[in-house]
Structures are given as C-alpha cells and as structure tokens.
Design a protein around this ligand. Structure first.
Ligand code: FAD
Ligand code: UDP
Length: 372
C-alpha cells in the first residue's frame, strides 16, 4: 500500500483521495484554506447555498462522469439561462433567436442568419479569425460583439479582445432556435444541498486524514522527504518557486450581501456586458435551487475581475502561447526532478478545466496509479 499526500482538497484532490482510500491506501490531505472543496465550496446562509467562489453549474457530455458524481449527491434539474444587462437593456444568452429577435426584430432563423451575414459583410471579415474580436464578429456580427461580448470580455480578462485567443469565445453556443440553455451538454444540474457535501462525502473514509489551515510551502522539504507520494493541486510555478518565471492568472473579488427581499433580480445569473460597470456578473444564489431559502431573504454576489499578483487567488489560468510554453518547461522540470510528485487539477495542470473535466482528469490519474 502506498501512502499518499494530497495537497489541496478541491475537486481534483478529493476525487483522487476518495479513489485511493477505496483501494485501501492511506491518504493525508492538506488544505491551506479553513475549509474543504476549493473553488466549488458552498456555504449555507439564510437557508441558501451560497457559491462562495463564483457560480458553479455542473454540466457534461460525459455520461460516465455524470453517473460518477451521482454517488455523492442528488442533482436538481436546474438549467443555466443567464441574461445580459447592457446599459439597462436586457438580452437572453447564449446568443439565440431570443437575442436576435430583441436586437433586430427578426423572427425566423433565416432572417437572423441573413442579418448576421449582412453585418459580417459590412465589417469586412473574410480571413480566418486570429483573435477573439475577429472570431466573435465572424460568429455573430458587430452588434452582438459590441453589446454582449466586448465589454464583458475585456473586463473579465483585463486585456483587449484583439489580444485574446479566439477559442475563449467558442465556449459559447450560437443557436438559431429559441433556446436560452447556456450549455449544449445533455447532463446539467446543481447538487441539492450544495457542492461542499460532495467533497465531504468523497473524503469520508477512515483512511483519509484531512488537515485544514495547512500550507504545503510551510514545510515543503519535510513533505518531500516524508516518502509519501505527493498529488499536488496547487500552482505548479509556485511549487518550483517561480524559478522559470511566473505563469499568468486572472483573479476575482467577490462581494456578497444578504438582501431583505424574496427575489432581487429574478434570475440566478445576470451578466453586465458594458465596459463601465466594474463587475461582470451578479449572482442570486437561491435561484440555483428554485427559490429555496428563508422567507424575505436573498443572498447576492457581485463578481469583480482583477489582475493577479502573488498572494491573490489564481482563479483562471490564462491560456495563451507564452503561458503554455512556460507551463511546458515546468512540466519538463517536474519530470526531471520530482518522480514522487504528480501535478493535477486546474492549477497543477494549468488548464481551464470545468468540473467534469477535473473529475475526468483525476480519474485518469487513478487509472495510471492503480491500473484499473
Ligand atoms: P481548486 O478548486 O482550485 O482546488 C485546489 C485546492 O488546493 C484549493 O482548495 C487550494 O486552497 C488548495 N491549495 C493550493 N495551494 C495549496 C498549498 N500550497 N497548500 C495547501 N493547499 C493548497 N466549472 C464548471 O464545471 N461549471 C461552472 O459553472 C464553473 N464555474 C466556475 C466559476 C469560477 C469563477 C471559477 C474560478 C471556476 C469555475 N469552474 C466551473 C471550474 C471549477 O471551479 C474547477 O473545475 C474545479 O474547482 C477545479 O478543482 P481543482 O481541485 O483542480 O482546483
Ligand atoms: N462572454 C461574453 N459575454 C458574456 C458571457 C461570456 O463575452 O455575457 C465571453 C467572455 O470572453 C468569457 C467567455 O465568453 O470569458 C466564456 O464565457 P463563460 O461563461 O464560459 O466563462 P466562465 O464561466 O469560464 O467565466
């Protein structure tokens, strides 16, 4: 039996710890925060599950991953349908017939497609898109780009849309049907009672010891010499003391407040897509569970994007050529020097993983480790 040290109690670390303990291995989990669950942490306030680190909607195309999470929670049938507020005008997301109708008055898919074609022609988009701005205009034309994409994207990423890779915007569907479902995945929902319970259930095994408020870097050498196999889900560049340089991250600031009303904004997620409003979204958490919570109370969170500097939470890896190449150099360093350390998760692998991809990646590691 191998002794494991899992650094980080987020979804990656907890999935791995659960599977290792199930196979009889002893696992120590250390977590620098004062709670488990990493960024999917939810906390009950006024009977409402508050997503403390940004709205989390579970969605996947992978039936095996959907089946896998069902053992840890019962999911409701929430479908994410955010709305956009552009200087007080309200539009449906993702870009679909409801959005096109409100913008241009078009009623049929043919009218909408013709309108987008006409817009693209006027914008002179012919070449293969080389950046996010060109990609967005070539998908939906300049009207939607200006009202629903440019301001939001530039706030979110802190740089010009012309300096961002095009794939970021390809995450969003463009649909010629009246359908406000933000995701195209067949499986979607929110765990009843919140995400923290999933992680607690994963870690509920006598072979797993969890230590909170424990930072790996306070005793790095000791952990490395302990003889335990280490699954590290923190930042890979920090692990190597930034010796090859810093990877870039985008950070966020969340401001939550309790409001003395039953229903504040009528939807779980409202995106503010103009450039002037300093926040990108306002979340009203009770709508993820169809209004569940104390009467006359609601909890909302404003989400402000910000630059990352050392000491801030690194919420988003910034996927571009320069960072990818630096990340590769760190993985080469890891291969050379650290046989006994595996890097996993959004920060260890420096990938913009959704929850389903995080679980899939942890289960792949389980297969590598245990061969089944
Ligand atoms: P994390 O959750 O970051 O866990 C890493 C853990 O390691 C943390 O608890 C951290 O404190 C700990 N740690 C780090 N360094 C150390 C150290 N030195 N010592 C000890 N502990 C350490 N996915 C979806 O599928 N749907 C969504 O709607 C969605 N929305 C998102 C919204 C936001 C704002 C963000 C940021 C992400 C969103 N995601 C969403 C992605 C989702 O959060 C991730 O896929 C998932 O949380 C990754 O899990 P992880 O374990 O890799 O990382
Ligand atoms: N986006 C946008 N307008 C919106 C919502 C999203 O322009 O109202 C863009 C933005 O660039 C964002 C990308 O689409 O980074 C992907 O959006 P998603 O909602 O998937 O981002 P995440 O949930 O990862 O923050």
């Amino acid at each position: 039996m191998t002794d494991y040290l899992v650094v980080g109690s987020g979804l990656f670390g907890a999935t791995f710890a659960h599977e290792a303990a199930k196979r009889g291995h002893h696992v120590e989990v250390i977590e620098k925060r004062d709670h488990v669950a990493g960024n999917i942490y939810t906390k009950e306030i006024e009977g409402i599950q508050v997503h403390q680190f940004g709205a989390h909607i579970f969605h996947t195309k992978m039936k095996n991953i959907w089946d896998y999470v069902q053992q840890f929670a019962e999911f409701n049938n929430y479908i994410n349908s955010p709305v956009a507020n552009y200087n007080g005008e309200i539009y449906n997301l993702p870009f679909n017939m409801n959005t096109f109708n409100k913008l241009w008055g078009v009623k049929t898919p043919a009218e909408a497609a013709a309108k987008i074609e006409e817009q693209k022609k006027n914008a002179n988009i012919t070449e293969e898109p080389t950046n996010l701005e060109e990609q967005a205009i070539s998908l939906v034309g300049p009207d939607i780009y200006e009202k629903l994409i440019k301001g939001y994207t530039e706030k979110q990423w802190g740089r010009k849309a012309t300096d961002l890779p095009s794939f970021i915007i390809r995450r969003l569907p463009v649909r010629f049907i009246y359908d406000n479902n933000y995701f195209s995945d067949p499986y979607q929902g929110i765990p009843k009672g919140g995400y923290t319970k999933i992680i607690e259930k994963m870690l509920d095994n006598d072979l797993i010891d969890v230590k909170l408020n424990t930072d790996f870097f306070d005793n790095k050498d000791g952990y490395l010499e302990s003889g335990k196999k280490i699954i590290f889900t923190g930042m890979i560049d920090q692990f190597f003391e930034y010796s090859l340089g810093e990877l870039e991250y985008r950070s966020l600031r969340f401001e939550s407040e309790v409001k003395d009303v039953d229903n504040y904004q009528g939807n779980a997620v409202v995106n503010y897509t103009d450039a002037e409003t300093p926040y990108t979204r306002v979340i009203e958490h009770k709508h993820f569970e169809f209004g569940k919570g104390n009467k006359g109370k609601t909890v909302i969170t404003h989400e402000y994007p910000k630059d990352w500097k050392r000491g801030d939470e690194p919420y988003y890896p910034i996927d571009n050529k320069q960072n990818r190449s630096l990340y590769k150099k760190y993985t080469e360093l890891a291969e050379k020097n650290n046989d006994n350390v595996v890097f996993g998760g959004r920060l260890g692998q420096y990938r913009y993983y959704n929850m389903d991809q995080t679980i899939m990646s942890a289960l792949r590691l389980v297969k590598n480790e245990f061969g089944e």
